[in-house]
Design a protein around this ligand. Structure first.
Ligand code: MN
Ligand code: MN
Length: 288
């Protein structure tokens, strides 16, 4: 099912069976609407991970001591619905083993497959875009429909953070969800928003999806659909740290390595932070 990538995510050297975290890549950008290239995201994020110390001072933890397995990449099919099904199968296996899936994209269209496998109580997503279209480009599995597919999968407790782009219909749909726009985050401060979201989610099983374009494209320009006036990398890290303890599935998608490496660096660093924070403070997931 997996092919081993030439480079491993740094310090993710545990064998699959012994791992508590299974990281895998989905080099897929088949429904890209603007700039293609997110298929290069997993390789770029792994490459960027090699730059960082294995010691995480914030958790007094060496990632080399955390059982993380880099299972390599899925070899994606061409059609998006088939890729979503591939992802669902892989994540179901990971969850069955009581492990936490850490998926790196690839475009956002892959997330609903992972969410269906994890079956969380809450879906929290950071994204410049609402991704609530019923269909786009002739498919319901387009990256622009990711959040809508999660909703359709029955996960109705949804928090969207950092959004600043969508159609009138998408914004109307989002009224039934918990929406924190990028402007609202800036006005109220991320610490306030983080406290509020953590309060809403509580101790419930949460899937956390990070679309790299939630961050301002002036800070991290390696994106398929860049948007200015977004979150800062620190905002994003604050949120990931606050929610990590209750997260049972995590992904970081939409890194398009056409920049000088900033976007992949932020992604790799936040993924490492998520794993460290979750290992220190996270819930033990019971076997599904
Ligand atoms: Mn998205
Ligand atoms: Mn987006």
């Amino acid at each position: 099912m997996h092919s081993l990538s030439p480079r491993h995510f740094a310090d993710a050297d545990a064998p699959y069976d012994a791992a508590r975290y299974v990281l895998f890549g989905v080099p897929y950008d088949g429904t890209t609407s603007y700039r293609s290239g997110t298929r290069g995201g997993p390789a770029a994020i792994r490459e960027a991970s090699l730059n960082f110390e294995s010691y995480l001072v914030d958790y007094d933890l060496d990632l080399a001591d955390v059982p993380v397995c880099d299972a390599g990449d899925i070899e994606p099919f061409s059609l998006p619905d088939a890729v979503v099904a591939q992802v669902e199968d892989v994540v179901r296996d990971i969850c069955r083993g009581g492990k936490v899936p850490v998926m790196i994209g690839g475009e956002h269209s892959i997330t609903p497959g992972a969410v269906r496998a994890v079956a969380p109580e809450w879906y929290v997503v950071c994204d410049a875009h609402l991704d609530l279209r019923p269909e786009f480009g002739g498919t319901r599995d387009n990256h622009a429909c990711a959040c809508r597919r999660v909703y359709d999968a029955g996960v109705r407790n949804i928090v969207i953070i950092g959004a600043r782009s969508g159609t009138r219909e998408e914004y109307a749909f989002a009224q039934d969800l918990h929406l924190y726009t990028a402007d609202e985050v800036r006005k109220r401060g991320m610490s306030t928003v983080v406290r509020e979201v953590a309060g809403i989610v509580g101790n419930a099983r949460t899937y956390l999806s990070i679309d790299a374009d939630a961050v301002d494209c002036c800070a991290t320009p390696g994106l398929g659909t860049p948007e200015p006036f977004g979150l800062s990398p620190s905002d994003l890290r604050d949120l990931v740290r606050a929610l990590a303890p209750t997260v049972v599935g995590f992904d970081y998608v939409e890194v398009c390595p056409c920049d000088a490496g900033q976007t992949a660096a932020v992604a790799a660093r936040i993924i490492r932070d998520f794993i460290g924070c979750h290992f220190r403070h996270g819930r033990e997931e019971s076997l599904l």
